[in-house]
Design a protein around this ligand. Structure first.
Ligand code: CP
Length: 348
């Protein structure tokens, strides 16, 4: 049985992910379908967005539904998440009420809430979306917390469109420089989806301080074993790029210095050479390049790489639309009910 929520792909089996991608391919070819007719979706954004907000709003509209965007602390009341909190600060209401009230109006609740970047031991619990999951009575979609499962699907669809079969493709997730420490969500998600799809995955990062949380390293090892791929960690740039078929770039903060960007700056500033450039890409097996966007040009990747025919960044961003529509229709059971593979075959 499929999960009730789309919070992490760790809870979604490989056949369920394949079905979502099949349906997304169908919806990409035939975008206007009344799969959400009469349905409403709350889009709760605690953080900025270009792609996620636009693709969700348009996606709901294309499926015949209606989306309401809420920005707590801006046009909606600030929300408290801690159980037992004495609410004498900024928050005017508790998620216990907010989630239940939104559930009474809406058929789906989608939430973007980045971590607080103060204490990883706390942030790694993903408390906000887990509170929505606990208190909502309708399905909840993660629009990026400490994972970004919607980005995973868009990335996977772009790779499937480029390569077809992804089994044992040589996939490199490379850390890149950025002037400040960023969320680990997309990097965590990259490992989750690449290993679930059976690729041979290498995590390239400057040193052990930039390793991702053990939860995601463990999940990558376990999924690699389950799905016939592999997972390794590399700190040598040239060794990691050699023969790669896919290079996925992302910057993230060093977890041992989480919440202390000044201490981390001196370390990260040594690693500006992790930029994805033509020399490194020349070491690959004509690799596809991608990034979740937004991306600082000539900091994370050079213009030549981003503008090359091998870059999938725009295609991946465009795929947010059909993949999220597939997630919404699947969670609400309004999708056509074919087994994995048949939707794709039916439209071949
Ligand atoms: N990749 C992504 O989620 O983009 P936005 O932050 O613009 O939504």
């Amino acid at each position: 049985m499929k999960p009730k929520h789309f919070i992490t792909t760790r809870q979604w089996s490989r056949p369920h992910i394949d079905r979502l991608l099949d349906l997304a391919s169908t919806l990409k070819r035939a975008p206007i379908q009344p799969l959400l007719g009469g349905k409403t979706v709350a889009l709760v954004f605690f953080n900025p967005s270009l792609r996620t907000r636009t693709s969700m709003e348009i996606g709901v509209w294309q499926l015949g539904g209606h989306a309401v965007v809420l920005e707590p602390g801006k046009g909606a009341w600030p929300i408290e998440f801690a159980d037992g909190a004495v609410m004498d600060g900024e928050a005017e209401e508790h998620v216990r009420e907010a989630a239940r009230v939104l559930s009474s109006y809406c058929d789906l609740i989608a939430v973007r809430k980045f971590p607080a970047f103060k204490n990883w031991a706390e942030d790694r619990q993903d408390l906000a979306i887990r509170a929505f999951e606990r208190h909502a009575t309708v399905p909840v979609i993660n629009l990026e917390t400490i994972e970004h499962p919607c980005q995973e699907l868009a990335h996977a669809l772009a790779l499937r469109e480029r390569f077809g079969n992804l089994q044992n493709r040589k996939y490199v997730l490379t850390w890149t420089y950025h002037p400040r420490p960023l969320n680990t969500a997309v990097a965590n998600s990259s490992l989750l989806i690449a290993t679930k799809l059976g690729m041979d995955v290498t995590l390239l990062c400057p040193d052990e301080r930039y390793l991702l949380d053990e939860r995601y390293l463990d999940a990558a090892r376990q999924q690699a074993q389950e799905h016939g791929g592999s997972f390794s960690i590399e700190h040598d740039i040239d060794r990691a790029y050699a023969g790669a078929e896919i290079v996925y770039a992302k910057s993230w903060g060093a977890l041992p210095h989480y919440g202390d960007p000044d201490a981390e700056r001196a370390i990260r500033d040594q690693y500006k050479h992790f930029i994805v450039d033509e020399r490194k890409m020349a070491l690959t097996n004509n690799a596809a390049f991608s990034h979740c966007l937004p991306m600082r040009r000539n900091i994370k990747a050079t213009d030549a790489v981003v503008d090359s025919p091998n870059a999938l960044v725009i295609q991946e961003a465009a795929n947010r639309l059909p993949t999220q529509k597939a997630v919404m229709a699947t969670l609400l059971n309004t999708h056509p009910k074919q087994p994995a593979g048949t939707l794709e075959a039916a439209h071949a």
